[in-house]
Design a protein around this ligand. Sequence first.
Ligand SMILES: [Zn+2]
Ligand SMILES: [Zn+2]
Ligand SMILES: [Zn+2]
Length: 326
Amino acid sequence: MSELRWHPLRREWVITATHRMERTFLPPPSQCPLCPSKGGEKTEIPRETFDIVVFENRFPSLFPFPPSPSVSSPFYKLKSSRGLCEVVVYTPEHTGSLTTQSLERIYKLLLVWQDRFAELSKLPYIRYVLIFENKGKEVGVTLHHPHGQIYAFPFIPPVIQNELRSFGEHRRKTKGCLMCDIGEREKEEGRVIIESPLHLAFVPFFARWPYEVFIMPKPHLSGLDEYNEEALMDLAYILKAVLLKYDNLFSFSLPYMMLMHQRPAKDKSGLFHYHIEFYPPYRSRDKLKFLASVESGAGNFINDSHPEDKAKELRELPPFSIEEVE
Ligand SMILES: [Zn+2]
Ligand SMILES: [Zn+2]
Ligand SMILES: [Zn+2]
């Protein structure tokens, strides 16, 4: 059963998706559903090999043709969970991660993300396309094969709504762009960890996770669809550079949540400034940060480190410049 239930106190949608309990949980590599189909063994991808594959999630939270809600209420607001959930398989190779992919493959993946963003944005019932990756069992990953996901929502998620409101307010007050201004401050105040001709990567002043990193384009671009070939290649370089730094941090493949924040599907105002946010759950080599009472119940993160120190730590790890990335 699946539906959207409105949380009247928090003013946000909760997605119920009870069928997701039956998901394949960390299968052995020989039974990986994201590997190519070989010798009679059928996986999710009926091909002997492939480059990058996108398909609809078999255990989605949102459906293009959703079932009717399982309950009704004269008091509570609920509606059917219309939307789309896609899986993006980065490579036919079972082992590795986004970090270990070649620059050429990361560039191709950016083209795929760009294409999915544009296509899903066109659907009349879609208001927001969220491209993301959960990496590592620490953030609930059920399949190790390198892959990411896309959720196409019938509403604008609350985090994005807040960001839009902030962009709008800043524009009215200063005529400028909040993200463009943030980029300048981060550079000025020394929290940049690596820079490319067209992008900045930094641990923001307001980081909530110890090793949180933002990647933003220096030109004001609202979404991946506004990227040209040169900007996309530049993004491939800085993305790989940040991922390599992450893996060099504790000498293991660092788990993270990666979110692409871009303009809402139908928003052509140019107000939004595209960026990628990374939240690794580790606060040190052997300690995880949990979303405990204050984070979950009050909405305030407690970061037990200074973003300036974490920025320095990441800056002083290889690669030191994007010229070293290959
Ligand atoms: Zn696999
Ligand atoms: Zn901007
Ligand atoms: Zn954001």
